[in-house]
Design a binder for this molecule. Structure first.
Ligand code: EAX
Length: 325
């Protein structure tokens, strides 16, 4: 009897320990592959959380679409099967329409302005708003300013865009931007190498690091520095999970994500010079000074579209436009 009790108690404490350990594993989802902007944030976050919690928490990173595309990762975060995500701004569009505001074309003039606005009260309004969709908004890191690449022709002004088959993110705003510019946009989840290679689409738009890390220089001849949208990542936690954490753990985790974001933004920007050099060396034909006024003129009506009709969204957009004048 004593022996049975002894064995039982050992078994019990073992399984209890497992429950405790399992509860402390943070599953983190990104759609992109190691070396990508999202993964650099994820790696830093993992390092900081594991260090600052003295090993209480482990972060397990799921990348390269191993748990689905960005929309699917967001759905899993809502259900708390995944706790944390580093997700591009675009796909939030259907979950929390107010996020559209930061993807507005030609909104931010430069990185410093994007930091000031997103780290300030307007960025906080967006993070807070995410709670209504089941996400605890933690911070913004960056994909960066998006540029157009294609395989058809050099693009200098809006007229050259006409009829291009372009892949866009799962975002109604992104689709509307490219429709307004005369392209033929098709929403597709990431990644898109095969579609570009096979000519299902003529082009795509993304920040410089993507052309390097995903080797788009192998399959895209032309790039135009349009910088049409500043594309942040919005880093979130599952609201269901968040509510179970102590205030101390919440703050440790939030701070780790903020620090990882600040680290990654600088890292990304520091590398852009070398990336341009690499892409030229690989033979891409790069238009560095396109006629951006012609692009701007085409998208200027977007703020009056249905996408921004909701009074809350409209109000924030106007504040954003004012703050970035
Ligand atoms: O970072 O889907 C996209 O175009 C995103 O920019 C993607 O996450 C690459």
């Amino acid at each position: 009897m004593k022996k049975t009790l002894f064995i039982l108690s050992i078994l019990l404490s073992f399984s209890l320990a497992q429950v405790v350990m399992a509860a402390k594993t943070i599953k983190l989802g990104v759609v992109t592959k190691p070396g990508s902007a999202q993964n650099i944030v994820a790696d830093k976050f993992k390092e900081l959380v594991e260090k600052n919690s003295n090993g209480d928490y482990k972060v397990k990173i799921f990348h390269s679409k191993s748990i689905g595309n960005e929309t699917e990762i967001l759905q899993q975060i809502q259900m708390n099967t995944i706790q944390v995500g580093i997700i591009t701004g675009g796909p939030y569009d259907t979950f929390t329409p107010i996020v559209r505001v930061i993807n507005y074309p030609f909104l931010f003039k430069n990185s410093a302005q994007a930091d000031t606005v997103l780290d300030g009260p307007l960025g906080q309004e967006i993070l807070d708003e995410l709670e209504n969709a089941g996400f605890k908004g933690l911070s913004f890191s960056e994909n960066g300013f998006r540029n157009l690449t294609n395989n058809k022709r050099a693009i200098k002004s809006d007229a050259d865009v006409k009829g291009l088959k372009l892949r866009v993110m799962a975002s109604l705003l992104h689709k509307s931007i490219w429709k307004s510019l005369g392209a033929n946009p098709t929403p597709m989840p990431w990644p898109i190498y095969t579609e570009l290679e096979q000519g299902v689409i003529d082009g795509q738009e993304n920040p410089l690091w993507v052309m390097e890390v995903y080797k788009f220089y192998e399959i895209q001849k032309y790039m135009t520095m349009t910088r049409h949208v500043y594309s942040p990542h919005i880093n979130v936690a599952s609201m269901i999970w968040w509510k179970t954490l102590s205030a101390g753990d919440q703050e440790m985790i939030r701070k780790a994500m903020v620090d990882a974001s600040v680290f990654q933004r600088k890292d990304n920007r520091d590398k852009n010079g070398a990336r341009m050099a690499l892409l030229k060396e690989k033979g891409m034909i790069i238009e560095e000074n396109p006629d951006l006024a012609s692009f701007r003129a085409r998208v200027s009506g977007l703020k009056d579209m249905d996408l921004f009709k909701d009074p809350k969204v409209q109000t924030l957009l106007l504040k954003m436009l004012e703050a970035t004048k």
